[in-house]
Every structure is written in C-alpha cells, then in structure tokens.
Design a protein around this ligand. Sequence first.
Ligand SMILES: Cc1cc2nc3c(=O)[nH]c(=O)nc-3n(C[C@H](O)[C@H](O)[C@H](O)COP(=O)(O)OP(=O)(O)OC[C@H]3O[C@@H](n4cnc5c(N)ncnc54)[C@H](O)[C@@H]3O)c2cc1C
Length: 563
Amino acid sequence: MTHLATDVLVVGAGGAGMYAAVAVAREGRSVLLLDKGLVGRGGATIMAQMTVAAAIAHEEPDDWTLHLEDTLDAGRGICHEPLSRMLCERAPERILEMDRWGTRWARENGHIKQVTAPGHRRKRCCYVDFLSTGPAVAATLRHQVSIADRVRRVSNVAAIEVCVADGRVRGAVALDLSTGSLVTMAARAVVLAAGGLTKIFRRNSASTNMGGEAYWLALEAGAELVDMEFVQFFPIAHLAPRLVGMDPIMWDPFRYKLGGRLLNGNFEEFIHRYGGQDEGRYTAPRDLASYAILKEVEAGRGSPHGGVYLDFRHLPEATVRSAFGPVIDRLLANGIDLTRTAVEVAPTAHYHMGGIAVDERLETRVAGLFAAGEAVGGPGGANRVSGNAISEALVFGERAGFFAAETAAGADPGWSPAYAERARAELADLRARKGSGPAPGVVSTELQDAMWEHAGPFRSEEGLERALARIHALRRRLPELTIAAGDVFNLDVQDWYELNAMLRSAEAVASSALRRRESRGAHQRLDAPQMSPAFEKNQRVALDHGVLTSRWSPVVRSGVRTA
Ligand SMILES: Cc1cc2nc3c(=O)[nH]c(=O)nc-3n(C[C@H](O)[C@H](O)[C@H](O)COP(=O)(O)OP(=O)(O)OC[C@H]3O[C@@H](n4cnc5c(N)ncnc54)[C@H](O)[C@@H]3O)c2cc1C
C-alpha cells in the first residue's frame, strides 16, 4: 500500500479542485491533487462550452449585488445566502485573475465581451470563442497547477473513503485504478471537489465521472447534504444524430438568436398547446418547455429517439452559417448539416443545486473537511442561473483552498494505518467474491433508468416511492455482483465503488424529493404543482448507522438582499 502525506488533499481536479490546489499552494502549504481520471481533463468543467457569469461590468454598468439579486430570485427563497453572496461578490476577482493568467475571454474593443443569458438582467456572461469556455478554463488552471511547485498531481486514483477520527479529518484512502492497490493519504485538511451527480439519470449531460462520489464520501465522513432534490433538467439537450466532442446543451443560445423551431415527431409546432409561444418567440420557461416535450413524447408524437426536433431549415442558409460561425463545420464533421437536417433534442439532467452542506468557510460539520464547486449545496437554492456554475467552481475552489490551508497551518492531527482498515477489508472482500449476478455497470444502467422514469423532471409521490423501492432493491444486490478477476484497470472494481455512491446519492435525491410536497424551481411535483410557503426551508440529509436520515432547517439568510 502506498502512503502519502500532505497538508491539504484535494479530491477531484475539475475547475474547483484545480483552483483550490492553486490557492493552497499560494498560502505556502503542500497539496495533493487527486483525480479518478486525468487531472484537469475529467468532469464537467472541460465539457462546458457556454458562459461564466461575473459582474465585471465591462459591457454595461453592473454590480455584484445585482448579480446576487438575480441568483436569489432564481433560487426561489431557499438559497444559502452567504454562499450566494460569496459567489457573486468574488466572481469578478476570479475572472480577472484568469484573464491575467491567459484565459482568452472573448473581447470587443479591448474589453471582455459579456452577453445576457437566461436569468440575468445585465450583460454579465463571459465566454471563450467558439464554444471553448470550459476547455479554456481547464487549460488555464492545468497550467497554473503545473507551475505551482507545492502541488503534487495524481491521476487515475479515486478516493473511496475520507478518514475521520475524534471528529477531525485525518486523510483519505483511495484506489489506484492502474494497479488496483490502495493508496493512503495523511492530510491536515481535505477538500471534496469531486463534482455533481447527474450521471444517476439515464439522460444526462455528464461526463462518466459524475456519479455523486463527493456526496457519498461526505456522508460517510459524517457531513450533511442539503437540498438534494434540486436537480436542474435542461429542456433541449442534444439527442440525435450522434454528436462527439461538443456540448450537448449548446443549442439554446442559437435557438434564441435565430428562432430555431421546436417541432414534434409530426413536424408540428406544439409549445402553444402547453401555454408557451411558437413562431420564434421563445418565452416558455425551461420547466414548461421540458413538460411540453415530455408530454408530446408520451402522446406518441415524439421524434424517433424519444425527443422532439429543433429545426433551422426555414432560415436562409447564409443566416444559419453566419450565426453558427466555425461551429457549423464542427457540426458537419459530426454529419449534421443544419441547412438540410433537423436535430433531435430532449430534456436531460444537467446540474445539481443540492450537495454537501458547508458554512461560510466552505467547511462541513466535520472539522477539516471542506467542499468546493458543484459538490457544494445551497448557493443556487431551487434553481441556478446560467453561467453561475463555473463561477461557483472558481470562487468556491479558491475559497476552500484558502480556508483549508489556514486549517492545515494548525497542529498535525496525525495518521494511523488503522484508519485504512475498513477500506482494506472492503476491497479484499470485493476481490474474493465469486458473484453470480451482473457486473456493477449493468446495475448502474438499471438505476439510471429508474431515476429517469420516476425521479426525473416531473415527479409524484407514487413515482418517487417506486424509485426508492428500486434503489433499495438494487442496493441489496450489491453483494452479489460479479467482479472480474485482475487488478490493473479493473473496471468492475471501479464501477462497484461508483455504483455504491450513485445508489446513495440517488436515495438522497429521491427521498428528499418525496418529502418536499410542493413544486419549487427545478423540483416539479405533478401532484403538488404550487410553491408552498411552508416549504421555504432547507432539507438536510445525514447518515446514521448506515441509514439516511433527514431534517428541515431554516434558510441561512445574509441580510444583504438589496431589493
Ligand atoms: C456539458 C456541460 C455543459 C456545461 N456548461 C456550463 C456553462 O456553460 N456554464 C456554467 O456555468 N456551467 C456549465 N456547466 C456546469 C459546470 O460545468 C459545472 O458545474 C462545473 O464545471 C463543476 O466544476 P467542479 O470542479 O465542481 O466539478 P468537475 O469539473 O465535474 O470536476 C470533478 C472532478 O472530480 C473527479 N472525481 C469524481 N469522483 C472522484 C473520486 N472519487 N476521486 C477522485 N476524483 C474524483 C472527476 O474525475 C472530475 O475531474 C456545464 C456542465 C456540463 C456537464
């Protein structure tokens, strides 16, 4: 077993994890930056191709307090306001720092160009042309991490347990995917920056690494999760034909800009049947658009792959070409000629507003355990506005790194090999199994189907109870799953840990959704369609002797709301 020691361990090397590592190093502390994929190349950050919201006021007068107002409005009364404030107040610093580090934000007449996006009343969203925002952010941070001499990068190693003794973090145990052996890591502070959970749904925009492992690591360590029911579903994600190397949620800005038509399988406009408007006036909010699409599919009027068509063919070819710019060639390389073909789109699980409960230092209730990025719950409340997720990764990454470094400056809590005993026994047991059931990856697919069918964009008590029954049945099958022999890159072992985390995250989502008997923001209940003042509160989930428990807590207000 390899043993490493560091001041701060950062789990997950997306935007949040890499920024955290840079911030720790800046404070003069050593940092181990761990990723189950390649550092800086897994997760959501590198996939994001749209915008980053920050009130830098380059395009028009703006202020972080206005950004905060928009964020709180979208959050429908249940944002953790100090975290929302931190996000909006500090986003400009991060964007400008990244500018100095060489991120090529799109510019016009010398200033950083900013555009509006759904939920923002000012032009505040920065981007990198063309559809390169996430890759550019990831590349900038990869470079910063590589030149910071106190950062040690470790790829292809997945954290499987955070070790806690006497109420404080001591480090973590991880699985080296390339050798199948365990790695133990002593750390004075740990930052969980392992991203969200949208992979638990059949239709998702996620990378393969977004199975909610941060949540399971936090729960097992004794931390709480908050508002797990709030998953954002994006109404018109790409469905077909196959699209490689492009963001599946790329269509929205083009639809707004050009007036792309949404058509059902019979090539008829349909949004008006559900209270929205057609003919190029896309005023229908995201939940209404999702509802209309799913209803058309349910009525047998869907497109061949179970969505609807997005069609630009009514527009002159020159207009389409000029609006899509070089993107048109990337689409052509995928065999999609927008002047001749309509694409199929459908709602998809895209982002998670819920997550690990932290305080204003990004610390959980476990001393020394911090969280950053999409893994954190609360700043977006019931819904997140466009562009806030990358800002959140950058801002919370930097802050969590700073506070973790501060904590690491204290006394060394010490490490004992006994902390890794449970993980060692679990892995040995997994290896010794002669399972007769399916491989873990097969069960993941069953879970994804159940979550999509019963806990997806539109929920009901009956459906959520079915989802929970299915999750419990699948959990009972964990001990009988077949694990292939071999140590080197054994995908079954890796999938087993991920499935375990996915099942727990799914249970937290479905059980929280069941208890929230109202519709608020992204949580839509068909059997409780109104927002209820009685539910203007947060829901917290914890693990008690292996059982998920929940409690309601008052919303944390900051008193900074200006209007
Ligand atoms: C397709 C897509 C497009 C998007 N577009 C936008 C956009 O335009 N604007 C916007 O604001 N937001 C967008 N988002 C959301 C935004 O990209 C994410 O919320 C944000 O990048 C999350 O950053 P993160 O660092 O928290 O997590 P991630 O970037 O997801 O990184 C998490 C990392 O943790 C690693 N990891 C997971 N489990 C473990 C483990 N057990 N051990 C070690 N490592 C682990 C993963 O491999 C991954 O590298 C988009 C998301 C997607 C999926």
